[in-house]
Write a protein that binds this ligand. Structure first.
Ligand SMILES: [Zn+2]
Length: 128
């Protein structure tokens, strides 16, 4: 893998989907999750790996956590598919998550990104 990160699946506790351990450059994903959950978790942990974050949680880690969640959401969700799912399900996060094969958390993170990003400036109004 280009990042030089090892990925392993192991049984983890109920409250842990996965984690990244920077000292060993290793990502552990809970082997008991469903495939789409593993994919989302892996994407999230690899975002931590890309920035050598020490891991999830903690006050110091909250900025890194936010960045990792945004990055994972942007990688996992296609903007066009998101827009059509939003229309189809009237913005229902759970149904959209099923449609896009991601977790509800990823939908929420993507929505947060859409809300916070700088608004694109449209074409200049035509003054005639
Ligand atoms: Zn994290």
């Amino acid at each position: 893998m280009a990042l030089g990160v090892r990925v392993e699946e192991r049984p983890l506790g109920d409250d842990l989907c996965g984690f990244y351990y920077d000292a060993a450059r290793i990502v552990i994903v809970d082997e008991n999750m469903l495939d789409f959950q593993k994919r989302c978790t892996l994407c999230h942990e690899l975002a931590h790996a890309r920035f050598h974050d020490v891991g999830c949680g903690g006050v110091a880690g909250s900025k890194a956590e936010r960045r990792a969640r945004r990055q994972a959401a942007l990688r996992l969700i296609d903007q066009t598919e998101y827009a059509s799912a939003e229309n189809l399900y009237d913005g229902d996060s759970y149904l959209m998550a099923c449609e896009l094969d991601v977790t509800v958390q990823v939908i929420e993170d993507y929505r947060g990104w859409l809300r916070d990003r700088p608004q694109p400036t449209g074409p200049m109004p035509c003054v005639s």
